[in-house]
Design a protein. Structure first.
Length: 129
């Protein structure tokens, strides 16, 4: 098992992702401009993003993090849609962090004309419940 790099969330991202914890298991649109700049700048063609909270915080093995949910990022590339997942969570000090992208799932690549099916995207990380 490789160790994930956990990046600190800026205040805007922490606010956006923590808001979904009131309705775990549901997915909500996530503003693209609330994504960390590193994601915005390294993923051209960003189309949509969604966020979903876990029903119960997930202990991330071999780390000091508790996973709270996932952010799905969707981008268009030529005639292909690519989906990526990021896990967000708290560390022991209560600071929000994220890790990813995760892309080893069947819905990572889909046709540009196919609808985005969130159930096929969420829950596909090593940290998903």
């Amino acid at each position: 098992m490789t160790m994930d790099k956990w990046n600190p969330c800026n205040l805007q991202m922490a606010y956006q992702v923590s808001g979904v914890t009131f309705a775990p298991g549901s997915a909500f649109p996530y503003p693209l401009d609330a994504l960390p700049l590193s994601i915005q700048q390294t993923m051209p063609g960003l189309k949509e993003a969604f966020v979903s909270g876990y029903l119960d915080p997930q202990e991330i093995r071999k780390t000091s993090f508790s996973g709270l949910g996932e952010v799905a990022v969707v981008r268009e590339y030529a005639d292909i849609v690519k989906s990526y997942l990021f896990v967000f969570g708290w560390d022991l000090d209560g600071s929000m962090h994220y890790t990813g992208p995760f892309k080893g799932f069947s819905a990572h690549y889909t046709s540009g004309i196919a609808p985005i099916v969130l159930d096929d995207i969420f829950g596909n990380t090593p940290h998903s419940p």
